[in-house]
Design a protein around this ligand. Sequence first.
Ligand code: RFL
Ligand code: PHB
Length: 397
Amino acid sequence: MIQFHTQVAIIGAGPAGLVLANWLKKYEISSVIIELRSREYVEGRVRAGLVEQNTKDILRELGLDDRLNKEGIVHDGVYLSFDEERIHIPFGELTGGRTISIYGQQEITKDLTDAWLADGETLHFETKATKIVDFDTNSPKIHFEKDGEEGIINCDFVAACDGFHGIGRKTLPKKSFESYNITYPFSWLGILANVAPSTDELIYAYHQNGFALHSLRSETVSRLYVQVDNEESVTNWSDDRIWNELTTRLAAPGFDLKEGPIFEKSITPMRSHMIDTLRSGRLVLAGDAAHIVPPTGGKGMNLAIADVKHLVDAFVDFYKNNSEVKLDNYTQTALQRIWRAQDFSNFMTKLFHKQDTHGSFTYRLQKAKFDYIKASTAYKTTIAENYVGLPFESFIN
Ligand code: RFL
Ligand code: PHB
């Protein structure tokens, strides 16, 4: 039986687990990461692209923002469209200079993995956490399997950064939390295409055919999404059909959508999910393990990294100041931001998706909201500050 000992044992090499490990190292707190998938799989998985100001600040603090600065594309605003009418929300002007960057999640994951391994630290890929035990004592353990062999990590804390399908949340005692869920009656079909973006900043659009989003990854790669029914399969969506829908839904005066070869197509269901505790004894949860937001606000990865900031504060307080106060407050501190992001993601989802027949009461409420945003600097500011991410200080009681 393989055995390790570390201070914080981390399950999952997604953004949450990797930021946590790299950050704890700065404070000389040891950790080991185990990851179910292979390195190629994790680094190839296409997911987030929108990086908030706070996430950029954290990566800078960790000294891991070199490539983000070189290859990431800074956006100072976003376009919102409704029935082919387009408005602009300028971030810098409305938020005192805060911006977002477009930089793929898998690039962040690569940067964090490279830094971790370059320092000779431990990250076991293709290693499955099977059980978390004794987290009600000071010596919790993770049981794992690697290459058919079983092992145990003995540690002071288990950090479950193991995503929505991980074992962290399932291990929490059932009676210790409430869960909250919304399943939306639509999904996103996302594509990557070898074509220069047709826009300088992201476009979120409501159209009577459904939602569309124009995002990007680089000067030569565009990332776009269309709302589809939950039962849809990518096989029903030829490249022609996708480009036709995108052209229709993103239409606006003076706008021309450039088409190009599609090299990735996938469907993502839309859900909001929450639990109201992130800790039980020596087991803590961060990121998608504890919450899912629909991707319409670009918040999931950013929220995962924000959880980790609070967790690092708590571990530093524990190891350096011998205090459990921040650990005891971890759930409440993190939940404030998580609920804020849940609200914003739900707001963006409901504003831009087709929820009912075009012209219905619901449609008219959506349109009234858009018209108000158009007319009101206060409303635009609300959207801008949520979109770029509220500063951590905003949430201190
Ligand atoms: P992850 O990234 O899911 O990582 C969890 C890791 O845990 C591993 N794991 C295990 N390892 C060992 N043993 C086990 N038993 C394990 N069980 C699981 C998994 O293999 C995995 O590697 O969670 P984390 O770190 O919390 O990060 C969350 C983000 O990945 C997620 O919220 C974002 O991708 C959401 N998201 C977006 N977020 C943004 O901030 N901005 C965006 O623009 C954005 N766009 C998106 C998105 C998600 C999307 N999809 C596909 C869901 C766009 C899309 C289409
Ligand atoms: C992306 O670029 O993949 C992206 C951008 C903004 C979102 C969701 C996804 O709201």
